[in-house]
Design a protein around this ligand. Sequence first.
Ligand code: NAP
Ligand code: G4F
Length: 334
Amino acid sequence: MTTRYALITGITGQDGAYLAQLLLQKGYDVWGLVARRSTDTLWRLRELGIDADVRLIDGDLTDSSSLIRSMQASRADEVYNLAAQSFVGASWNQPLLTAQVTGLGAANLLEAMRMVNSQARFYQASTSEMFGLIQAEKQSETTPFYPRSPYGVAKLYAHWLTVNYRESYGLHASSGILFNHESPLRGLEFVTRKVTDAVARIKLGLTSELRLGNIDAKRDWGFAGDYVEAMWLMLQQDTPDDYVIATGRTTTVREMCRIAFSHVGLNMEDHVVIDPAFFRPAEVDVLLGDPGKARAQIGWEAKTSLEQLIAMMVEADLRRVSNGQPDARARLAA
Ligand code: NAP
Ligand code: G4F
């Protein structure tokens, strides 16, 4: 069988690590673009035990030359654009950087792919955040977008550019409109991991309080390990297209929190403090995806329930905290 080559931007992120693992299992030669940082960004690849199995290339989505070089070096026939400034909260503080990386970054990569190998297949990490102020109770591929953050606006540009390059140049370019997905590898700034990490610290007596913002917000949460399978499936189709990837169930932050605390026999009411500092200038109140098209056309559906997901995350954080594992807490503004 001939070797298949994949290039993943954002390989050091949550999804990048799980996708790299999946593609390695499928026999791909996996290359990843890694931006220079002064901190250790390879911890996720190490946790999955695949850091020695992937090939890492220095580069940045804002540096076109590094993207052209990455396309050439990897000889990629599948390109997954997962890199982004992905934290919604930070996008109000860094709107220009978010536009450059999360928005224009996709343009840089699409252009590099067109120059080096226009036959390669392209995946864009689009997001339910584009639905923002929702225009339908259940959001599908045909629901109009109304982004509510600089991040959502940047992602919408990248999304439409992916559609446009498909229609303009005939590229095999697909966009996955993924709803929130989490895992033990989730960044600590996102609310699920912030909660599961705090639950572990409270249970082990290291702290007693968890400060949160709008716990009435509702999200459609799934497991990242399930969602990367959908990315791969999209690029195996004869025809490129856009797909909503979601569980079809929505839950408040409050209820997600309750599930996490009760997993270790604690009451959230004894520990959660509402702090206005964590409220956003504009909120996405509720997200609920309709994954019907993905089920019907690419045979994908979520396998992991929210209860299983949160249990998995709390258990992983209990292990980490017990082992005194360092984390990136100092970097957070969550
Ligand atoms: P993540 O953990 O924040 O990972 C983002 C990745 O992008 C990291 O590897 C990061 O590198 C890299 N990156 C940031 N700026 C870069 C730059 N200028 N050049 C090159 N790489 C850069 O995000 P994730 O949760 O895995 O999400 C993956 C993608 O899906 C993102 O595009 C996100 O916006 C999108 N998405 C996520 C969700 C979700 O619920 N997780 C839902 C819908 C869409 P460092 O490690 O060096 O920071
Ligand atoms: O976990 P979050 O920060 O995720 P958010 O904003 O939904 O964005 C994530 O999902 C998107 C897909 O819809 C991705 F595109 C994006 O890259 C990212 O992965 O916040 C979830 C909800 C929000 O309503 C937020 O206001 O939780 C609320 N929340 C309440 N207290 C909090 C907190 N969020 C954070 N991060 N920290 C809090 O203390």
